[in-house]
Design a protein around this ligand. Structure first.
Ligand SMILES: C[S@@+](CC[C@H](N)C(=O)[O-])C[C@H]1O[C@@H](n2cnc3c(N)ncnc32)[C@H](O)[C@@H]1O
Length: 273
């Protein structure tokens, strides 16, 4: 029997931290390739989660420069602090990046790996972040791009829709992790928040982890768009069980030896404050 998919994505993320990090490594690599070795003294990691990218940036910059990770989740920030114990140029704050009172003109750059798509009011959020950045500071983040047929998000969405009896039309505008798939929408938000020199590159990554198909299917029930569709549709145990069985078949189809892997399209967004 599958656990009820309540809104426990963050707990699931903590529980599966190293697996999620393995899956998102190609995303991190693309993000850091875009950032290069940044010049400056202070940097910000928005929606830093368990702090994997915060620590990676801390190791990349000079030990006298520093990175602050901000996240809205108390449990995730506590976990990130434990993991980064002993790394002197990294710190974490608990806060909503949309409204957090950043000291004006503090950071020389801000980045995020999949942590900026969840704001209730994105223009307020990016304007607020802009206020914490020095003039000319960089903003670089990754977000999910429209999934092509056969990519993980497409498979999760189609499976969840099929069994909940919903259609794409029932989903309304993209939300959650998929809220920034439309490039023009992202550009308009950043323009309206005071950023310039916008660039959005879209690329395909291959996200994989050393995981059994059963574990993979369970994870896909807990994190991602299938979970959101099941919650919205108030899917009962029977429907969830059927979705799980299909996701298990999909995980088996994507088995690569000891790994399970999927193609996924991402945007790399950069701008200047
Ligand atoms: C998909 S996770 C990505 C976490 C991390 N960047 C990573 O790649 O492992 C999104 C994160 O954004 C955080 N988040 C959502 N809304 C936020 C907000 N308004 N302010 C700060 N963090 C937020 C969530 O708590 C979550 O940790």
């Amino acid at each position: 029997m599958i656990n009820k998919p309540e809104n426990n994505m963050r707990q699931s993320w903590i529980k599966n931290d190293s697996l999620m990090d393995e899956k998102l490594k190609p995303v991190s690599d693309a993000l850091f390739e875009s950032i290069g070795t940044p010049k400056g003294r202070r940097f910000l990691d928005i929606g830093c989660g368990a702090g994997s990218t915060t620590v990676r940036l801390g190791k990349l910059i000079s030990p006298t420069a520093s990175v602050t990770g901000i996240d809205i989740s108390d449990s995730i920030i506590t976990f990130a602090k434990q993991k980064a114990k002993g790394i002197s140029n990294v710190d974490f704050v608990l806060g909503d990046a949309q409204t957090y009172e950043f000291k004006p003109n503090t950071f020389d750059g801000a980045m995020s790996r999949m942590g900026v798509m969840f704001f209730g009011d994105p223009i307020q959020a990016f304007s607020n972040i802009h206020g914490g950045l020095n003039e000319g500071a960089f903003l670089t983040f990754t977000c999910w791009a429209p999934p092509k047929e056969g990519e993980l998000t497409d498979l999760l969405r189609r499976t969840a829709l099929k069994h909940t009896g919903k259609t794409d039309n029932d989903l309304g505008p993209a939300t959650g992790g998929e809220a920034f798939i439309d490039k023009e929408y992202v550009k308009s938000i950043l323009n309206d928040s005071g950023f310039s020199n916008l660039s959005i590159k879209t690329l395909m990554i291959h996200s994989r982890a050393k995981i059994s198909p059963k574990e993979d299917a369970k994870l896909n029930m807990e994190i991602g768009c299938a979970q959101r569709i099941m919650i919205d549709a108030e899917a009962d145990d029977e429907i969830r069980e059927r979705i799980y069985e299909d996701l298990l078949a999909i995980s088996k189809e994507h088995q690569e030896g000891d790994y399970v892997g999927y193609d996924r399209s991402i945007h790399i967004v950069s701008a200047i404050a």
